[in-house]
Design a protein around this ligand. Structure first.
Ligand SMILES: NC(=O)C1=CN([C@@H]2O[C@H](COP(=O)(O)OP(=O)(O)OC[C@H]3O[C@@H](n4cnc5c(N)ncnc54)[C@H](OP(=O)(O)O)[C@@H]3O)[C@@H](O)[C@H]2O)C=CC1
Ligand SMILES: C[C@H]1O[C@H](OP(=O)(O)OP(=O)(O)OC[C@H]2O[C@@H](n3cnc4c(=O)[nH]c(N)nc43)[C@H](O)[C@@H]2O)[C@@H](O)[C@@H](O)C1=O
Length: 320
């Protein structure tokens, strides 16, 4: 019944930050019956395409890491896509998984599902106990609907669909777009470019006071495999490092990793978002899983990857 090396596993969103890390981890562990499709080959918002794909492939396990994802400004500028596309993707994949008898599905939620002013650290039971953060409410509503849909299928049809809530993530294959990415990749790129171009300062959005928790995506992938193999409950489960950091401290750490010696300025016209987001990891730790990569190690590895993969591409485009 449980996932074995020959099981047919679909990683939805395999080119993204999370999906690519899960794909790498599955390969490393010797799972070699993996199915993947780009969004160009299979648009998961289209129910006919999704139903045909699942009917043809007879998939046994699904990691649902395909979604419309972005940082604070992307969420603010594109509320329609963050709500509508995510609802379509998850409704289509979850229903097709049920219709074709998928043995187990793991749905990627996010800690933005918790109320903006919930007590810290965020326990799983705080879901739906207060107002959401307005900058990402449409995305959070879609994610909450995904959790509830998994629970509903489990209750009504006896499926095994689990939902995990990772904290903010970073690592290779992240989105490094300055306008639409999350803070960590944006700052790596801003400091790198400021150093390369000898700029006198780097601009950080907001006050620098909000606190966030950052988990290295390879640890997250490891947790997803662990939970696919050892977690059966319909109840949500957090995945995090268990420590958070203020954005101004993050900026200073990244400045040091990159080796930039200029100044840091704050742009108060940009939103801060939720003041703090630290997850309680006692549930997953109690099952025997713990993150192993410190923020310093993860930043170093991510910057090395960036230098080999992102920075040269940019330099070629700029002709430098
Ligand atoms: N990044 C983070 O900090 C966090 C992420 N998560 C969750 O993890 C999951 C993955 O996020 P992340 O890896 O960061 O996102 P990315 O943007 O890096 O990757 C998303 C992937 O989804 C695929 N995708 C998007 N739209 C469609 C579509 N219409 N049809 C098919 N595929 C589509 C893309 O495929 P293609 O490349 O082929 O276009 C892409 O590879 C999401 O559910 C997100 O909510 C949770 C907490 C934090
Ligand atoms: C994962 C999570 O990610 C999002 O929520 P968020 O954590 O608020 O997003 P963020 O990473 O964009 O910002 C974190 C903090 O950092 C500050 N900040 C400074 N300078 C830059 C900067 O240059 N870029 C960005 N993006 N932010 C910056 C920024 O102002 C904010 O205070 C949602 O998608 C949400 O739905 C979700 O799930």
């Amino acid at each position: 019944m449980d996932m074995n090396k020959l099981s047919k596993i679909y990683v939805a969103g395999h080119r993204g930050l999370v999906g690519s890390a899960i794909y790498r981890k599955l390969q490393e562990e010797g799972f070699d019956n993996l199915v993947v499709r780009t969004s160009g080959e299979l648009d998961l918002r289209d129910d006919e395409q999704v139903n045909d794909f699942f009917a043809e492939q007879r998939i046994e396990y699904v990691f649902l890491a395909a979604a419309k994802v972005g940082g604070i400004m992307a969420n603010r500028e594109h509320p329609v896509e963050f709500l509508r596309d995510n609802l379509c993707i998850q409704n289509n994949v979850i229903d097709a998984a049920y219709q074709t008898g998928v043995k187990k599905l793991l749905f990627l939620g996010s800690t933005c599902i918790y109320p903006k002013l919930a007590p810290q650290p965020l326990k799983e039971e705080y879901l739906l106990t207060g107002e959401l953060e307005p900058t990402n409410e449409p995305y959070a509503v879609a994610k909450i609907a995904g959790i509830k849909l998994c629970q509903a299928y489990n209750r009504q049809y006896g499926t095994r669909f689990i939902s995990v809530m990772p904290t903010n993530l970073y690592g290779r294959n992240d989105n490094y777009d300055l306008q639409h990415s999350h803070v960590l990749p944006a700052l790596l790129r801003k400091f790198h470019e400021a150093k390369e171009q000898g700029l006198p300062f780097v601009e950080i959005w907001g006050s620098g006071e909000p606190r966030r928790e950052f988990l290295y995506v390879d640890d997250l992938a490891n947790a997803c495999l662990f939970l696919m193999e050892h977690y059966e409950s319909s109840e949500i489960i957090n995945i995090g490092l268990g420590e958070d950091i203020a954005i101004h401290e993050l900026a200073d750490r990244i400045r040091q990793v990159v080796g930039y010696e200029g100044a840091i300025r704050y742009d108060a016209s940009k939103p801060d978002g939720t003041p703090r987001k630290l997850v309680d990891v006692s549930k997953i730790n109690g099952l025997g899983w713990k993150a192993v990569t410190s923020l310093d190690e993860g930043l170093q590895q991510t910057y090395t990857w960036f230098l080999h993969n992102q920075a040269p591409v940019k330099n070629i485009l700029l002709g430098i």
